[in-house]
Design a protein. Structure first.
Length: 558
């Protein structure tokens, strides 16, 4: 007897409008195949189709479908024809009386029928089981395997579809992408009852269909933690970049009840880097995604909680507690807080860029789009390390990469090793003193207007892909009324708070702020969000570790 590859998720479905016959064939099927397959029965074509759609959304496999020919409203051939659109790989069997054999033979051409069985099928050991054994063996050989992943159906040039794919990729959530134009994508849309006008459709591993999901809803359905397990902690880390992950690792490993809160995906800007080659201990380099994944697993192993898709909107002082408020109105409190919110890439203000974001214009190194650039002409905007790393990575498959730099050269803002790699890459061109004047396109990016930053001279070039890495805007606007910041929004800490030797306004302790401590005692800052920080992965990780050391000092004296 053929055995299923996944007994819990592989189905043999039977449909017959006669309850007695339906129960009888289900009984015979369970007796022979119940140990390796799940037997599902229905008593009408409509109910059977509904069951198939539910199975499809859950990611279950259907190996064989047995349908009675004579059923009211929808006969067996009509049912199998529709079932073919949901599970094209399932083997199809028609149950028929002797008088209907001509109809069964005709069905071989209509629905690609695999077999027809005459009723009654007694004894099943002679008339039913040998047929099913052969069909199951053939089905297994056809390599129809379950896909234990989230399914995403969307449009190639849909910004919401791009955001969902990027969120899943950066959070290491396995998923399968289906275009809404391809047959499997259309089958999933039909199974979910979606008309395709609102995309993306996300089918979670449990079969839940989400149409245009918001990030918190998506995170909750794909297995990411979004709710804190406790109301009070020793340490709340806000931000999941290198500084935040470093703080979570050191905090949890040293016995602090630690929770890390990230609004999108752990890794920050570093997590989007295609290759980090100057990080200590990785002589051959490491991708941002790999480094992030290792750090996240390391923090989890030490017991740190990691919450994803939670946006922090407020920080309050309530006696010895520091209260962190979320956008949904909930809150979590702790003895101490480390602000590791990082920075974001500044948006291009040129006409057309906003409308085409996610449709050819991308901020950061989009993990999901890089593979689509193979053989294409690509533009990268920026002159710092992140832009250089993206240019070198994209050049491996792209026809050409043009690096647009506002300054005179790369030497003022990019590491020497990257400049060397760019100079040695024959398909990378650096255009200094160049800015983007406008982006053009209807459904997606089609052209760019480039301007000379000095003379203002303009030219239009064909372009389908542009990746932007400009500036560093600190993600600290929500802290405007809470901690002291500089004129650019970066958080002041330690000596920067006491340039004249006097403590900042409102400081109530006898001691001055610790090195990474903000204007609120017990609230520390680490990484790129700190004023005058080095903006490097290694220094961010180091500051995360140092902040935890200072948290211990603060807790000991509180």
């Amino acid at each position: 007897m053929a055995q299923a590859t996944d007994a819990a998720r592989t189905v043999i479905l039977t449909v017959d409008d006669d309850p007695g016959v339906s129960r009888a064939i289900a009984r015979d099927l369970r007796r022979r195949y119940g140990g390796g397959y799940r037997i599902v029965r229905a008593e009408s074509g409509e109910s059977a189709l509904e069951a198939l759609r539910e199975l499809k959304l859950r990611g279950d496999l259907v190996a064989v479908i047995l349908a009675d020919y004579r059923m009211p409203q929808m006969n067996g051939i009509e049912f199998l024809e529709q079932a073919l659109g949901v599970y094209p790989g399932a083997r199809r069997v028609l149950l028929t009386a002797y008088a209907d054999t001509n109809a069964a033979i005709d069905a071989i051409n209509v629905v690609d029928l695999d077999h027809y069985l005459l009723k009654p099928w007694d004894p099943p050991e002679e008339k039913l089981y040998p047929v099913l054994d052969d069909l199951l063996t053939a089905w297994r050989a056809s390599d129809y395997r379950p896909v234990p992943a989230t399914k995403v159906v969307g449009h190639r040039w849909s910004a919401p579809s791009s955001r969902v794919r990027e969120f899943l990729a950066r959070n290491q959530v396995p998923y399968r992408w289906y275009s809404s134009d391809e047959p499997e994508g259309q089958r999933l849309l039909a199974a979910a009852g979606a008309d395709g006008r609102r995309l993306p459709l996300v089918v979670a591993p449990d079969g839940t269909a989400l149409i245009e999901p918001e990030t918190p809803e998506l995170a909750a359905h794909v297995g990411l933690a979004t709710t804190p397990a406790a109301a009070f902690y020793d340490l709340v880390v806000i931000g999941g970049g290198p500084a935040g992950l470093g703080a979570a690792v050191y905090g949890a490993s040293e016995g602090l009840r630690t929770v890390l809160v990230e609004r999108s995906a752990t890794g920050g800007q570093a997590g989007q880097s295609s290759r980090i080659e100057n990080y200590l201990g990785f002589p051959d380099g490491v991708s941002g995604a790999q480094l992030t994944d290792r750090a996240r697993r390391q923090a989890g192993r030490f017991g740190a909680e990691i919450l994803t898709a939670r946006e922090v909107t407020g920080l309050e002082v309530n006696g010895p507690a520091r209260v962190v408020r979320f956008s949904d109105g909930s809150a979590v409190a702790a003895h101490s807080v480390i602000l590791a919110t990082g920075v974001s890439y500044r948006q291009l203000g040129a006409p057309g860029c906003e409308d085409l974001t996610g449709r050819g214009v991308y901020y950061g190194s989009s993990l999901t789009e890089a593979s689509s650039c193979e053989g294409q002409d690509v533009y990268v905007v920026g002159g710092a390390n992140s832009a250089g790393q993206a240019a070198v990575y994209l050049a491996r498959g792209a026809k050409s990469v043009t690096l647009l730099v506002r300054g005179e050269s790369l030497t003022a803002s990019m590491s020497y090793y990257l400049i060397q790699q760019i100079e040695e890459s024959p398909n990378i061109t650096v255009r200094p003193r160049t800015v983007v004047g406008a982006a053009h396109g209807a459904e997606h990016l089609e052209a760019l207007t480039l301007r000379d930053a000095v003379s203002g001279a303009a030219e239009e070039v064909d372009a389908q892909w542009m990746f932007v890495f400009i500036g560093a805007a600190p993600l600290t606007d929500w802290l405007a009324e809470t901690v002291l910041r500089d004129e650019h929004g970066f958080i002041l800490a330690g000596p920067d708070l006491t340039p004249d030797g006097r403590p900042p306004a409102g400081w109530e302790l006898d001691r001055p702020p610790y090195h990474l401590e903000t204007s609120i005692p017990g609230v520390f800052v680490a990484g790129d969000a700190r004023a005058q920080s080095a903006k490097r992965v290694a220094s961010a990780v180091g500051e995360g570790a140092m902040a935890v050391m200072l948290v211990h000092r603060y807790l000991e004296q509180s």
